[in-house]
Design a protein around this ligand. Structure first.
Ligand code: NAX
Ligand code: ATP
Length: 287
């Protein structure tokens, strides 16, 4: 482990808010994960449970009804809301006239929850259904209007690459692409791979999206808002099973809740943290 990573870990320990008797339920974090569909019920569970296990008080999942039944049975910790819908199947034409398959109508129930939440995670297990994506796009706009931090991962990155204006310039958006997703998003946005360094590529994407935070996952994790960049070079485990990125989104969401965020800014705000030795350096901007 590099000196930088050791230093970061020691600071992270100081970020953990104390359990004060004055706190009431919900004050240490209310997170919702939007994801979970017919095919994927594990991803939103990994995300929401990670936020709960890190200490977030309330962890919600917003998913399709079929996924909700399954996710509810995984854990009583999670509050699971079956508000999402996938597009009607051509073999069920009667569904096409149902108002509940209209994105504004679907999004309105989710948007009504936002005042009770601190952070949204969008994407784990979302799938690629256009109705689900249109619904999420409306929720992203509403969350942005409220100034809520949003972590966008997995299939939600497709929403960003198709409609980058949803997050462009929104500094409380965090994109967490894996290597493949990173390539896909950069290509979609017309960002050329001109042989620049790995940190340079992440900075370019963050800048192209107007200063969102990009966390590119891989052998090293690169975090950048386009101006400041951190490199996490801790090797960690060698098993690359599905769900590790989902888990990371839930952890990040907990980190973005107010109490933790304020503690983070007190610790990191003014401090420069070395990235790759001899490479770009920077302080943590917001994460
Ligand atoms: N238990 C679950 O329910 C899980 C559901 N998942 C969901 O599954 C859906 C599809 O996600 P996928 O990640 O499969 O996306 P894709 O269907 O776009 O597949 C990505 C492909 O990239 C490859 N890949 C990933 N990282 C790579 C790397 N570093 N280098 C080279 N190749 C790499 C993978 O092997 C895979 O073939 C998403 O909704 C996601 O959230 C995943 O999060 C895994 C766990
Ligand atoms: N080659 C690697 N070596 C070391 N760590 C890695 C490697 N690839 C990924 N990781 C770690 O695993 C975490 C998850 O990254 P990964 O690329 O698996 O995300 P993902 O594909 O989005 O995950 P998920 O399966 O949940 O969708 C990252 O934070 C990173 O630290």
């Amino acid at each position: 482990m590099s000196a930088t990573t050791k230093d970061i870990l020691s600071r992270v320990r100081m970020m953990i808010p104390p359990l004060l008797s004055k706190f009431h339920k919900g004050q240490l974090g209310r997170v919702a994960v939007i994801g979970g569909s017919e095919d994927y019920t594990g991803a939103p569970y990994f995300s929401a449970m990670a936020s709960a296990k890190l200490g977030c008080d309330m962890s919600h999942v917003i998913c399709t009804p079929t996924a909700a039944q399954v996710i509810k049975s995984y854990s009583p910790n999670l509050m699971v809301h079956p508000y999402m819908r996938s597009s009607p199947s051509p073999s069920s034409p009667s569904l096409t006239t149902d108002a509940s398959t209209e994105p504004h109508s679907l999004a309105s129930r989710i948007i009504a929850m936002l005042s009770r939440l601190h952070v949204l995670v969008i994407g784990p297990g979302l799938g690629r259904d256009p109705l689900m994506h249109d619904t999420c796009a409306l929720v992203i706009t509403a969350a942005r209007e409220r100034g809520m931090p949003i972590v966008l991962d997995a299939d939600a990155l497709l929403i960003v690459q198709n409609k980058p204006e949803l997050v462009r310039g929104y500094k409380l958006a965090v994109l967490t692409p894996n290597v493949v997703e990173f390539d896909r998003v950069t290509k979609a946005l017309g960002i050329e791979d001109d042989g620049t360094s790995e940190t340079g590529r992440v900075e370019k994407l963050a800048r192209a999206l107007g200063g969102v935070t990009v966390l590119q996952k891989g052998k090293k994790d690169f975090l950048s808002d386009g101006e400041k960049t951190m490199v996490v070079d801790w090797e960690g485990g060698r098993k690359r099973s599905g769900g590790q990125g989902d888990t990371l989104t839930g952890l990040q969401a907990s980190d973005l809740t107010d109490e933790v965020h304020n503690a983070f800014m007190n610790i990191f705000g003014e401090v420069d943290v070395d990235g790759d030795e001899g490479d770009e350096t920077g302080g943590a901007a917001r994460l």
